[in-house]
Design a protein around this ligand. Sequence first.
Ligand SMILES: Nc1ncnc2c1ncn2[C@@H]1O[C@H](COP(=O)(O)OP(=O)(O)O)[C@@H](O)[C@H]1O
Ligand SMILES: [Mg+2]
Length: 387
Amino acid sequence: MAREAVRTTNPFYFGDLALDEAFTDRAPELDALKKDMLNGQNVALIAPRRYGKSSLVRRASQELAADEGVLVAEIDLMKAPTKERFASHLARAIHDDLASTSEKAKEGVLRFFSSLRVKPTVTYNALDASFSFSFSSTHTNDDIDDTIERLLELPAQLAAEQRKTVVVYFDEFQEVTSIDPNLPALMRAIFQEQPDVSHIYAGSKRDMMHRLFNAKQEPFYRSAKVMEIGVIPVGLFKTFVEERFDATDRGISDEVVDDLLATTRGHPYATQELAYALWDEVPVGHAALTSDLARALDSVLRSENARFTLLWETLARSRRQLLQALAVEPGHVQSTKYINRHGLPAATTMQKAAEALVARELIAKDADGQHEIVEPFLGEWVKRYAT
Ligand SMILES: Nc1ncnc2c1ncn2[C@@H]1O[C@H](COP(=O)(O)OP(=O)(O)O)[C@@H](O)[C@H]1O
Ligand SMILES: [Mg+2]
């Protein structure tokens, strides 16, 4: 066997979706989500960036596809800044994800596309045998709206024709109103005629997501069950980290893994990122030491330095002051005690600063109404490099 093939690679992963072995825990969330998807229940899945929303929906989709033959169409609104781009991603998801069962279904979908008021240009890529669909912008507003409506109707029809359970999943749903302020109303009008299709709306920006689904004047009012996911419980994540070290002929003591999780507080991305860096410090056959963890944290902060510096430069003074305080201690940032303890400006200024930082998803309120910095390493970076 070639040497390369037996070399052990880093068992931790951060960045895009956590798949297969990289995915851990979330058993109750997975269970609930799968039930809802199977039952045609709509779900608004809310959590800060990098908590694992997309990974969770992907895992649920894979399991339902394998066990129940469920078809899941996935549309990432981050990739669809305009209605035309939205239509094109919708068309691709319908074609690739919902008509994948047979050539006949695919042909039917292509015929349907050519009957739309705005007809997509269909491009076939021979390299990976994929199709793409692009909608030009030379059309009236009515025409593109009608086209989107008809595309949105299609999943329910395909479900009925193929006798399959169909799920339509919109990722980064907080972007919906920036595509077009009227898009939610248009979508909702169609979706309420599709009781058998489950719609999943995953999004960050908690306040906005809550408003979309819980405010009376919003089209999506009470149209979906709101599901919020938190960090991964530290006790469960601990087992995952230990097992991955074990499986790659390395070890990690109780003390070091506890320190690691105390730093990341079970934040999914941050935990994987720090564990990745730590694993890199440990030679095969050895266990991770406290000094390895310190070096791993240094290296993570160095690699995040450019991003955090850029971010810091965009923040007004009161925002910086608030982040400096929160890096030391989460808290009720408008309370006199907190303000005095950290030498902060007036409560009204802090309220505005907090709102601005919440809108940028840098801080969030915990269950007790205390503000805290969302990303563990940002707090650490602020303490070391910006205080
Ligand atoms: N269930 C999980 N188990 C292990 N790591 C996870 C899990 N969910 C997320 N992660 C980590 O977080 C990263 C971001 O996950 P992602 O699903 O893209 O988050 P979101 O969609 O909420 O932004 C992944 O690359 C992985 O490192
Ligand atoms: Mg995501």
